[in-house]
Design a protein around this ligand. Sequence first.
Ligand code: BGC
Length: 895
Amino acid sequence: MLCLAGCQSGQLQVVSLKVEMQENPQGVSTPSPRFSWQITSPGVDLRQQSYRIQVASSEEDLKKEKNLLWDSGIASGDESILIPYEGGKLSSGKAYYWRVKVATNQGETAWSAINHWSTALLDSTDWRAKWIGQDTMSNPGETNKGNTRLAARYLRKPFHAEKKVERAVLYISGLGAYEAYLNGKRVSDDVLAPTVSWYPEKVYYNVYDVTPLIGKGDNLLGVKLGNGRYFGMRESPTMIFGLPRLLAQLNIEYADGSTDTIVSDESWRVTSKGPIVANNEFDGEEYDARLELPDWNTAKYDDTEWLQADIMEAPGGKLTAQPNPNITVQDEITPVHITRLSDGRFILDMGQNMVGWLNINLKGKQGQPVTMRFAETLNADSTLYTANLRSAKVTDVYIPAKDGAFRWEPSFVFHGFRFVEIAGLDEQPSLSDFTGKVIYDRMQTTGRFETSNELIDQLFKNAYWGIRSNYRGMPTDCPQRDERQGWLGDRVTGCFGEAFVFDNALLYAKWLQDIEDSQSPEGDISDVSPRYWTIYDKDVTWPAAYFYAAKMLWRQYGDMEPVKRHYASMKRFLEHIQQVSMQDYILTKDTYGDWCMPPESQELIHSQDPSRKTAGAILSTTMYYSLLNLMQEFAGITGNQADIAGYKELAAKIKDAYNQRFFNTDSALYDNNTVTANILSLRLGLVPEGYEEKVFENIVRKTEVDFDGHVSTGVLGIQHLMRGLTEYGRVDLAYKIATNETYPSWGYMINKGATTIWELWNGDTADPAMNSGNHVMLLGDLLIWYYEDLAGIKNAPGSIAYKQLLMEPVFPDGLSHVKASYHSVYGEIKSEWRKEDGSFSWDIVIPGNTSAVVKLPKSLNIAQPEGAGVRNVKETESGIEIELGSGTYRLVNRG
Ligand code: BGC
């Protein structure tokens, strides 16, 4: 055994300082923001013993330890994530500075670098701005009926900064979406801001420190307003809340201590006669360069032809500082191929199904529109396949103001596409004239995954692109057709898998708020939240995401806040459902079934074969049962212990009634013996004791005999399939399913050219009416299985946020190498194993201030480890169990 310590470089230090899970965030609204950090050292088994945090309102004070707002003193313990501020009351709209140092078993760190955050406007009276806009539709063709159409609004306000500016902060919301400029410069690279919300309940505003953008003398604050979801894309079934509107307040502090405030009000000027003549998230953006307003967002522009801004009604919801980062351009790709069609149009292939838009650098003719249409696939004759986009026109148009070169990209739309058709060009463009801008919420990529199997790796890439394609301030179902909604059912278990690949903590925490804001007065949860489509169906399986995502945030990130904040609403939902749809302890109501299971014939969207379908009562009863179990945990951590007995009792009665009604004890199967019915019952804990193995045998038999080792489940069953098969000893079957290339399988999608994940297993042949090429719901628990089982990176039982790891990879035949990494809140975890020709090695990295129990089977014949960091070694019946402190290790087999 080689136990290589000392591979971490540098010295003992505190890094990755965060407030409310962000680096130096602006506009934090909680009265007690939470601090997190990571610790690293060159040595192994690093443990924090105490910490000390200091907070002040200036860097100087902090350095001199003067006027501290908070000095935690030496707080003993190993907590290093989400430690709440406990100092004096924080003021509205102020900047705060903080630092931390820790003592460890390897000595003390120096003070960390000084980091900062700023508070939001904490009191509603801090707002003096009014909602403004243009309250008319004054351009030809504009309508709020049918497919809506409306030009962007341009708003401007000149102001004079008398003296040297010390600090200037912009508080801004623009519904549906805005872009703000100071003296012609964008205040940030955020796009499509603010984040979506259920506007009647909540309106989010953003906070930007704009100090460097303001000069002494004449200044200009300019804002472009787009429609977003506020002036919705369709009169129905999406929603139209009203015409776009802006709320902006610029608070300026001068060096001499005096202040000034610029607010949106009737003194602003507005026009809708600018170049963005239409913007609709489904249909695209139209830009007429002949209508450009050169320098409109600078002080020198003459706006006498513009109108006085109208005062608009407030959107209704509570004005709230946005807790999650906005969308930005997160990646750029260049196309891989251009084809010229016989009629002179061009087809561009981006080589990847992506979401965002195209930046074009082309030559045009005055007044001759350049039209771009976007789609995921092509017809056999190389033209765009648009049938699956339904009514979404997905068309951007640019009209040049003069002959010659121009560069353009849209402001208020995005598209889900791999192919672009371009019409209106006289010259053949080249690949480098185009850049695909990939947009999604600003977040860190946390996971990398590679193996010896190409298909497993490609599938990870497809999942990665599918997930980033569908984060838009909410997790959406799809990015391309006339839908793009926060469908709950698509994310119930998927959100855990996604969390290995992306730091989705703030996105999901915000989405839970959308779900609560969309809850009905009776307690029902809308299957789509924010409820731009309001669907109160008394379902269980889709609303379950509310509970599961809260659990994910707690388990994956250690954030207990969502559970606390939503406990009462979750309870209300469960009580409501119990009242309206529980009969004799069976939950009777279910709308979607085991959605998108592989149908018997390749043209169908939904199976018609009763033997393949799982009864709705099975789905809702098993899921409801699992929610009662989750609530017992949640009650425990939220101080609602008194509720636990009630949940327990109800769960026990449901389990009894369910088994009486659906369980066939002779053959150990549920109802019509679908894999979904059996695996949900098994994994969610409803199978009577002693029958587990037998139920599992039925799952295996059904899969192997009736489906030839292929998946037979839809989005419900797939949430447990890979883990279920592995847990009960059939990792080989799970691996077969993951690497199948024949229908139905993920590999089949890939062989048919998918670069993301399809909505349907038969996405190449099914009816286009419901056939997206970029849905994530069929991933089920695949990514969890990649990380927890293939790589062996798991929370130990009872551990939160990987404070204690259980590292226990599985080794399916045919897989000889796995290399995975995951940036947990404590730092990067790595697992890389290789198993070839009788030799085995495993390199692992365990972050500072965490530990791991590592388990390997006897068959690997692992050499006894020793040395620093090895806390304990146990040889057990089944293999070896090693307890390790943080550090870098290599385990190998005996000769
Ligand atoms: C959406 C799904 C969603 C489903 C619910 C579809 O149209 O795209 O992802 O969960 O409807 O029925």
